[in-house]
Structures are given as C-alpha cells and as structure tokens.
Design a protein. Structure first.
Length: 468
C-alpha cells in the first residue's frame, strides 16, 4: 500500500474545539494511521495529547475533557520523513521565553538535511528525525524579533519543498500553504468559527461550511482581532504544481480539493482509460476501494458489465495474529477475497488506480488464474509511476518501482496478463479541470523543486535509530 501524507485540522474560537478536532481527524484517518495528536489552548496555556495508532485508539473521553480551550490544532500522520516513533508524532509543541508554540505539518521539505546541519552547527539540539522540527527551530529563531505571521513568513523563506502548516502561538493561529501548493488545505466555517482541514470531508462530518482553498503561497491569520490573508515572501510561481496523486489515490472521493471534486475526477480517469484502450472482456472488475471509482467510468464508457467480484473485509485492522506458514498469501486474502462464480471462465478486465512495486498485482492475477479466469486484462487509471516523490508521498526508490525497471511488455509477462494499459499523461490531464496546475513528477521526472540530494531517509539514517 502506498503511504499517504498527513492530515491537518484546526479550529479557532469554538467552545468544543478539542472534540471537533477529534472528529475532524477521524474523517481524515485515511491520510495517516501511524499517530494522532491534538493541542489546545486556553488562558492557562497549551494542552496536548498524542499517541501511536488510530484516532479512536489514541483519544479517550477523559483525554478530550483534559484538552480545554477554544483553539485547537490536530494532526494524523504517516511517516514520509522521520521514522514511525512517538517522538515524531505531531503537532509539535515547543516552549520559548514564556511562549508555547505548536506546529502541525503536511508535506516534505527537500532541503531538510542542509538546514539541520546548519542549525546544529549553530548549537541547535534535535530530538526527532522529522523535518517539521527543522521548521520549528527556524520559527523560534524568527520569533526573537518578529510577530508570529512575520516569523512564519521568514521561516518559510528558508525551506524548500512541500508544506501545509498550522501554527499556533499565544492566541494567534496561522495557516500557510507552500508557493507551489503541492497539497490541499481548506478553509471552512462552523458556528462562525474558522476551521482548517486538509480535506473537505472533515467539514462534511462536522456540518461546517466550506468557504475556499487556502491559495498556494498564502498565509491566513486568525487572532483575537479577526482574520486576514497575506502572501509569502518573494515572487510566486506562475502556476501551482498541485499533487495530482491526491486526485488519483490519496484524497477521499467525497472531498473537494484543488477546486476539483475527487469522485468526478476519478470517474473521468476511468472514462479516459476506456477511451484509450478497452479490451474485449466479459466484465469490469475493480479492486476495492481505490479502483472502484475509475472502474465506474471505465465500465460506462466501454459499455461493459461492472461487477464487484472482489469482496473486501472492512473489519481487518492494521495488525492481526499471523497464521501458520502453510496459509500462503494470508495477508492478501484476509483483506480482499474473490467471488469464484463470477470469475471462472470469464474474460476479466481489472481496473485499478496505480501500480507501484507490482507485488500485490502479481498475487491478485495469480489468484484469478487459479479460479479459472479465461483472460485477465489490466487497466490502470494513471500513467506508470517511474520516479520517486520528494514532496510527501512515500513512493519507493527507483529500483523498487516496477515501471521504472521494466517495459510494458515485460510487465505484462511479469503479471501474466493478456493485456496491460496505463492511462496516458494527456488522458490524465483531460480528466481534471485545471490541467496546467499539477505536479506530474512521479510520472515524468520533471520536479518543480530541484531534488538532487533530497533522499527522504538520509536524515534518519544519519541520526541513527532511537527506540521510543
């Protein structure tokens, strides 16, 4: 499974801030399942609670009652930079000259290693392997002579890469999105209080009103005096470079991000895929859940029957007691299992959103062959993933990406399928409304922010392994 980025939620000026943040994170659980955290603020200062695991496992009723105050910032995390330790869980909380400072970050900084070395040479001490701590050090240094909005602006001028940030200090909250706008951040309203979230599905759960996206390069400031918007320092890029994989895979289909409805985009991708290459098949078979939405569009365009012949067990957690060695491929079967009567003797067209390493697809096709599938065709609703991502998605190194090391014909043989077709880059861009505003680096190798030396795991390797 491709690891997601992270999910942010913040609210300012609501009496039930902690509980609303809990549900805002719950709605965005798909963006991070390794850790969760909430920081609130009242007249007595900041209060925090965070832990490893899913949102309902990290927080109890007593925890939420202890998070007092009308301002809150929350975070769910997958580790894209920094190992999966409690010490890397966010939001981060720092104390400086009587001030409490909280930072929650979604994305990945590409110049982390250089900045960390510079800060350590100046005497900075680090306790995590997370790039967010680098930003925190830059922020604190700027706070020595600036207010919070200007300090955030100065810190952002030093970092490169992808970042959506929620920053809280005293009674001021700042939301900021990097100049390229790699990842989404939305502004909403609940009972008059401003709310922020990575995805609008969080607003839907809380019945908050969605207002707009935070623009690339925008700083949105909320304090006791009201709300206003500013810009980051320096010229902004001519066009955003938003992560198109958010629309392909990561975001929930009911979310509205980058001014696009995710469900509609995925259905369009399936339609374009069928227009490019529709095999002579008996049925269209999606792999739940990510392949479902492009498969709908594919089946409609190809005028083929759409069947849910792969059944997902929705009650499987992230870990379970391992069976004996004799139960081969247990981890695959326990999550998704086929309906044999729909497969035996059939010509099947599998529709899925992406192939990264290819190991899961090999196992699935093998199972379909064992169940008597007469033909197996694969259609993928995005182009081949050939390049790693340095902006917050845990794609493998090039040597682990199957499309970077094999031709289409070689992959067809590896998967043991009758045909294989990926959606073209042009077809992908025809599936969205704002085709000139997306980052395609994982498909083309054209990186908006240069990344010659920004391997994501060099930092944690240099810092060594520390248990938590």
């Amino acid at each position: 499974m491709i690891k997601h980025e992270c999910g942010l939620f913040g609210i300012y000026g609501h009496e039930d801030a902690a509980r609303l943040t809990y549900f805002g994170l719950y709605a965005q659980q798909h963006r991070g399942q390794e850790s969760a955290g909430i920081i609130t603020r009242d007249a007595g200062g900041m209060h925090e609670h965070k832990g490893m695991g899913l949102v309902p496992d990290v927080f109890t009723e007593a925890d939420l009652q202890g998070l007092t105050g009308e301002i809150a910032v929350g975070h769910v995390r997958y580790s894209t930079t920094g190992r999966s330790y409690l010490r890397n869980a966010q939001p981060f909380l720092a104390h400086y000259k009587g001030k409490d400072i909280a930072v929650a970050h979604n994305g990945n900084l590409t110049n982390t290693e250089a900045l960390r070395a510079e800060l350590e040479n100046e005497g900075a001490i680090f306790s995590t392997t997370n790039d967010t701590e680098v930003f925190m050090h830059l922020l604190v240094r700027a706070l020595r002579h600036k207010d919070l909005p200007d300090a955030v602006r100065e810190a952002c001028s030093r970092v490169r890469g992808a970042y959506c940030l929620l920053v809280l200090c005293d009674d001021v909250m700042v939301a900021v999105r990097d100049p390229f706008g790699f990842h989404p951040l939305a502004l909403g309203r609940l009972d008059g209080a401003p709310v922020f979230a990575s995805e609008t599905c969080a607003f839907d759960l809380l019945e908050a009103d969605y207002e707009r996206s935070i623009a690339p390069g925008e700083i949105y400031i909320v304090d006791g005096q009201g709300e206003h918007s500013e810009k980051l320092e320096g010229p902004l890029p001519e066009k955003p470079r938003q992560c198109i994989f958010e629309l392909v895979y990561f975001a929930r289909p009911d979310s509205y991000i980058f001014n696009e409805q995710v469900y509609v985009c995925r259905k369009n991708m399936g339609w374009q895929l069928a227009y490019e290459s529709s095999p002579d098949a008996d049925l269209v078979l999606p792999f739940p859940d990510s392949g479902v939405y492009p498969a709908v569009g594919f089946a409609q365009c190809a005028e083929l029957p759409y069947e849910h012949a792969m059944i997902r067990n929705h009650y499987v957690g992230r870990t379970f007691i391992q069976p004996s060695q004799s139960m081969r491929n247990f981890g695959v079967r326990v999550k998704i299992n086929p309906v044999q009567a729909m497969i035996d003797g059939k010509r099947i067209c599998i529709v899925d959103d992406s192939i990264v390493r290819g190991t899961t697809m090999i196992t699935r096709v093998k199972k379909l062959r064992e169940l008597g599938a007469r033909e197996v065709h694969i259609r993928i609703s995005c182009p081949p993933v050939k390049f790693p991502c340095f902006y917050g998605i845990d794609f493998a190194s090039p040597k682990e990406l199957i499309a970077a090391n094999h031709t289409l014909e070689e992959m067809k043989a590896i998967f043991n399928v009758d045909s294989l077709h990926y959606l073209s880059v042009d077809g992908l861009l025809r599936s969205v409304m704002h085709s000139d505003s997306y980052c395609l680096a994982c498909f083309t190798g054209d990186y908006p922010v240069p990344c010659k030396e920004c391997g994501k795991y060099r930092l944690e390797g240099a810092c060594g392994k520390v248990s938590s």
